[in-house]
Each structure stands twice: as structure tokens, then as C-alpha cells.
Ligand binder design. Structure first.
Ligand SMILES: *Cc1c(COP(=O)(O)O)cnc(C)c1O
Length: 358
């Protein structure tokens, strides 16, 4: 039996996609073998990979002067790849610190170049996005990095920053959840495990003029230009993850694309925040304008009930609602593949739980 899986990542995948994977697992395209068993340079796999890229380009409206790369090492690999590809040791880069993941990204960058934390959410305890006019931007920054959606804190930017420096975004937990104007960005990266597919894969969307600036010591597999020149097949790519990502892109197209997804995700999030706000029994600490559509942390007014909330939710088929170990409480992740019915069942459970324990 399928449960409603609110995991922050690796996260729920569309059932239709999993069923297709199952159906094709031992015999892909009538070849008598699994997609996992075919060569990455075979005509069949190259076509499958190219189709995934084309579908992603169509879904996000990626302009022709951007390359799409399919790399390994997750989003975390990009925390280092970015400065290696785009800076010298003397370069200054601006980072916006809105919580756990932006802190990780900037801490890694500090090993390679001069990091200016242009804004820090500490004064709101990372429960809000620092207002753009307060940012202390560096003149001539090699790039500005931000995390549009903080997966752990549940803080999401309601705007795309307008800055002079090339804009870089870690979109791991928000990519494909709503429309976005790619041309505003120099580079976008996203670990696959939230909204794209199996963990390990990372998708990078990079404007072509940023290629070819890597430091000489950049590992070959992290060098954007070398990877782009080889169509992300400089070495053996994560073929199975790439294939599954392609199936997810097809599924998104069948759902009506990112516009429809955005409407659906907004409605899901509003329903859950509504249930949290309607009672003092639950609480979400994030400023309203910065509330994430994808990750909704909440606490109980009586934390001694946390354990029974989690246990009873599991009984009701609602799993992985535990908050991050650094935050406690609960967190419901509502990625694209979480059907609206999952949120309906969760909200029904929450109301019932509050009634019985309030
Ligand atoms: C999950 C996540 C990461 C890390 O992804 P890995 O695939 O584990 O490297 C980085 N940034 C954000 C915003 C995330 O949600």
C-alpha cells in the first residue's frame, strides 16, 4: 500500500513514474535489458538523455544560450564547483544567508574565495527573507548566491533578487514547483532528490558566457565547460537517475507544466497553512510573506504530544512528518509529486488530532 510520504528528501515520486519504471525495469524499449544495463553512449540512451534535456528546457523555458548539465555529487558538489568555476582566490562573492543550506553553501565557498555575507536572516532567527534594500552588496562581486527555498527552515523568497552581479541560485527544493524566468539567472543548480528524481543527480542550468573560466586545478568532472562540451558524458553519467528524471519531466508535461504545478502547489500550501493558522494548537514560525510552498514546518503548542502526533499520523498513512533534527516539531514537504489528496488527508488528521487533544 502507498502512503502519503511527506519526506523532505529523498522525496515522493509520482506513482505513475514508479509504475513505468517497474514495467520497464527488466526490458527497456523491447531491448531485453534494463535501462541500467545499456551503455551511456549507446544510441538509445543518448536519445533518452537528450529527450530529458529537451523536456526540461520546454518545461522551464530555458533560453538557447544556456547549457543544461546532468552531474553527480548532488547539490552539495556544486557548493564547491561554483567557486572553482567562477572565481579566483581573490574574487569576492556575495552570499545571502537564509538558513541551513545557504550557510552550507557559503561555508564551502569560503575555502576558495572571499565570501561576503551580504545579508543574514539571523535577526529573524531565519524565519524571514532579509529585505533587498538592506543587503550589503560588494562592488564587482563574481556572483551573488542565494537559496530561493530553505528546505529545513521552510523559508522561500517571494521575489527574484534584482542585483548587478551574476545571480546564482540553489533551487534544489523549489525547481519546477512554479514558473521562473530563467533569463534572470546566471546559473541555477538543483539536486534531484526533491522535485526531479533519484538522489545523487544534480541539474545545472548555466549561461554559456560563464563557461571556460574554471581554475586550472578544478576537478575535470566539476568543470562546467568540459562537462558541457561532452554533453554531460565526460565520464559515465548516473544513467538510471537521468532516465527517471526524464520520466518525471514527461509526467510534469502531462500535468500541464509548471504553471499548473504552481497553482496546485499554492493551493496545497494554502490549505495546510490555513489549518495551522486556524488554531493555537499548531504554529508555523515563518513570516507570512516568506512561507515556503514546498516545506512547511510546524510545532504543537504542547510538544509533549509530538510523539503521539507522529505515531498516529503514521497509523493514518501519513509518514515522514518529523521535523529536521536541528528544529524539532514537524515538517510536511509538499513537493510536486505530493498529490492534493495527501494534503487533504493531513489537514483532516490535524483537525481531528487537535480536537481530541486540545
Ligand atoms: C537537499 C538540499 C541540498 C543538498 O542536496 P544533496 O543532494 O544532498 O547534495 C542542498 N540545497 C538545498 C536547498 C537542499 O534542499
Amino acid at each position: 500500500m502507498r502512503v502519503f510520504n511527506f519526506s523532505p528528501g529523498p522525496a515522493v515520486l509520482p506513482l505513475e513514474v514508479l509504475q513505468q519504471v517497474r514495467d520497464e525495469l527488466t526490458d527497456w524499449q523491447g531491448r531485453g535489458m534494463s535501462v541500467m544495463e545499456v551503455g551511456h553512449r549507446s544510441k538509445a540512451f543518448v536519445a533518452c538523455a537528450a529527450e530529458a534535456e529537451a523536456d526540461l528546457r520546454a518545461l522551464l523555458g530555458i533560453p538557447a544560450n544556456y547549457k543544461v548539465l546532468f552531474l553527480q555529487g548532488g547539490a552539495t558538489g556544486q557548493f564547491a564547483a561554483l567557486p572553482l568555476n567562477l572565481t579566483t582566490p581573490k574574487s569576492v562573492v556575495d552570499y545571502i544567508n537564509t538558513g541551513h543550506w545557504s550557510k552550507k553553501a557559503l561555508t564551502e565557498a569560503q575555502r576558495y574565495c572571499q565570501v561576503n555575507v551580504a545579508a543574514d536572516g539571523a535577526s529573524s532567527d531565519y524565519h524571514d527573507v532579509p529585505a533587498l534594500p538592506s543587503w550589503q552588496l560588494s562592488r564587482g562581486a563574481a556572483y551573488l548566491h542565494y537559496t530561493p527555498n530553505e528546505t529545513i527552515g521552510g523559508v522561500e523568497f517571494p521575489f527574484v533578487p534584482q542585483v548587478e552581479a551574476p545571480l546564482v541560485a540553489d533551487m534544489s527544493s523549489t525547481i519546477l514547483s512554479r514558473p521562473v524566468d530563467i533569463s534572470r539567472f546566471a546559473l541555477i543548480y538543483a539536486g534531484a532528490q526533491k522535485n526531479i528524481g533519484p538522489a545523487g543527480l544534480c541539474v545545472i542550468i548555466v549561461r554559456e558566457d560563464l563557461l571556460g573560466r574554471a581554475r586550472p586545478e578544478t576537478p575535470t568532472v566539476l568543470n562546467y565547460k568540459l562537462v558541457a562540451d561532452e554533453g554531460s558524458m565526460l565520464n559515465t553519467p548516473p544513467t538510471f537517475a537521468w532516465y527517471v528524471a526524464g520520466l518525471v519531466f514527461k509526467w510534469l508535461q502531462r500535468q500541464g507544466g509548471v504553471v499548473r504545478m504552481g497553482e496546485r502547489n499554492r493551493a496545497k500550501a494554502e490549505k495546510l497553512y490555513g489549518a495551522i493558522d486556524e488554531t493555537d494548537f499548531y504554529r508555523n514560525p515563518v513570516a507570512r510573506s516568506g512561507r515556503s510552498w514546498m516545506n512547511v514546518p510546524f510545532t504543537l503548542a504542547r510538544p509533549e504530544l509530538d510523539k503521539s502526533f507522529i505515531a498516529e499520523a503514521r497509523e493514518a498513512g501519513l509518514v515522514n512528518l518529523e521535523g529536521h533534527r536541528s528544529v524539532g516539531g514537524m515538517r510536511a514537504s509538499l513537493y510536486n509529486a505530493m498529490p492534493p489528496e495527501g494534503v487533504d488527508v493531513l489537514v483532516g488528521f490535524m483537525r481531528e488530532f487537535a480536537r481530541r487533544n486540545g
